[in-house]
Design a protein around this ligand. Structure first.
Ligand SMILES: [Zn+2]
Length: 453
């Protein structure tokens, strides 16, 4: 039997749904049982952990992670990715359906993924399914098996076993999903505009940026919104980089179209102007854009046009990043940031006058809502006792050697960031302290909650 004795986590700064305040958070059997006034009497037999002035946040929920296991475990694996996540304050992540072999496009493939992950994860882990040509009949069974929704591409994904949908294929998938109100999550770049963009290749970042124009995102998102509106379907725009799509998204939301949007730490904290030529650790698609574009993404976060911030942690081996030639065109696209998302976003949020509570809303509450995880994403009675404890004013300099993801490459190397994750708690138990995982993997494999999205 699990110890039923109460745990009290006390902090002068607890981020609750109503805002930040001093509080005592009571936990029993892995669930938050009460949020009491600060310095309340500690019940007989309860254990008190006083966090002082460190901030108690809801554990982060990262709904965009590529773990690549099995099949490309030399890129990343469940044990390493979830260790990095736990060290970075993440308590729940949802794995993307591609870059592993097999991709998560059938229930049999989902079972392979789950069997690979079981017993090896330091955070809770759920799975997205994939919508690819020819698997329409697999969508409902995957939904029934508990995937959180379905990812698709509108242009080549980067791996052959996960092809993109044609425009007709996209409409067919969305039509099928509306039968059970499934969610389609979309890599939205228009293939025609990407094909028509200048493609010089080589190590100049400006050339790479020109090959992935904002218009490609804006056009794809416009088409997706129009389709969602026509079909009454639920769609989610992955990794929004282009500020050009924001007015359209805001208008669609106002008129009731069921569209949500995420962006990523790298779009909020890194700029095209600062990417050195040949620095392929900064390559991702869509790309990191100019500072003026970034300012508009921050505005959209503040006004709610963008719903959440998730990592899009998409690593590869060092050699696939073309570190020798610095060629952006053929380097693997993906930024490794699982362990750094919270301090990276907090550093920039702080500079721009946002609060830790804002960051919790973007990186925990928002993604939990996207995934329909009603027991995650808030320090509130009845929620899972999943927490990140942050020393917000402490700084550190990023040393890739201290990161737990498999290949020690990151665009944040050498940066000094605000916000040290002191500890991470999953269902009332510490799973990481001071950047290291503690004990055996305690994460669970989770499914979309019944009645959830
Ligand atoms: Zn991705």
């Amino acid at each position: 039997m699990k110890d039923a004795a109460e745990l009290i986590l006390r902090s002068r700064r607890v981020v609750t749904p109503e805002g930040e305040r001093p509080a005592d958070v009571a936990v029993a059997d892995g669930v938050i049982t009460a949020v009491r006034p600060y310095d309340s009497a500690v019940p007989d037999g309860a254990r008190l952990t006083d966090l002082g002035a460190d901030v108690l946040l809801p554990g982060l929920v990262d709904t965009h992670v590529h773990i690549n296991d099995p099949g490309r475990t030399e890129w990343e694996g469940f044990a390493t990715a979830t260790a990095a996540a736990a060290a970075g304050g993440i308590t729940t992540l949802v794995d993307m359906p591609l870059n592993s072999i097999p991709p998560t496009t059938t229930t049999a493939h989902l079972t392979v993924k789950q069997d690979t992950a079981r017993g090896r994860v330091h955070t809770d882990v759920g799975f997205w399914g994939g919508a690819v040509p020819g698997n329409l009949k697999d969508l409902q069974p995957l939904h029934d098996a508990g995937v959180f929704g379905f990812k698709c591409f509108l242009l080549p994904s980067g791996v052959d076993e996960f092809p993109q949908l044609s425009p007709d294929g996209l409409a067919d998938a969305l039509t099928e999903l509306t039968r059970f109100d499934g969610l389609l999550i979309v890599h939205a770049e228009d293939p025609g505009l990407i094909d028509g963009a200048p493609r010089r290749g080589g190590p100049r970042y400006a050339d790479f940026l020109a090959s992935r124009p904002r218009a490609a995102e804006d056009t794809a998102i416009a088409g997706l919104i129009a389709l969602a509106e026509r079909l009454g379907a639920r769609v989610h725009v992955l990794h929004l980089s282009s500020s050009g799509a924001l007015p359209l998204i805001a208008a669609a939301k106002r008129s009731g179209v069921r569209v949500t949007v995420e962006t990523c730490p790298h779009f909020l904290t890194l700029t095209a102007e600062e990417v050195p030529d040949g620095a392929t650790e900064f390559k991702c698609c869509p790309p990191i854009r100019e500072a003026a574009n970034q300012d508009l993404l921050w505005q959209a976060l503040a006004d709610g046009t963008i719903d959440c911030v998730v990592s899009d942690h998409s690593p590869s081996t060092v050699d696939l990043k073309n570190r020798d030639t610095g060629d952006f065109a053929t380097a693997w696209g993906g930024i490794s940031s699982l362990q750094l998302g919270l301090p990276a976003v907090w550093t920039e949020a702080r500079r721009r006058g946002h609060t830790v509570a804002d960051v919790a809303r973007w990186m925990s509450t928002g993604p939990a809502r996207l995934a329909g995880l009603t027991a995650k994403g808030a320090v509130a009675e009845g929620h899972d006792a999943d927490f990140a404890v942050l020393a917000p004013e402490e700084t550190f300099t990023v040393d890739p050697a201290h990161l737990h993801h498999r290949n020690p490459i990151t665009a944040y190397a050498g940066k000094t960031l605000h916000g040290v994750v002191r500890s991470t708690w999953l269902r009332g138990e510490p799973v990481a302290r001071d950047g290291r995982v503690t004990g055996e993997p305690a994460g669970r494999l989770i499914e979309r909650p019944a009645g959830g999205s």
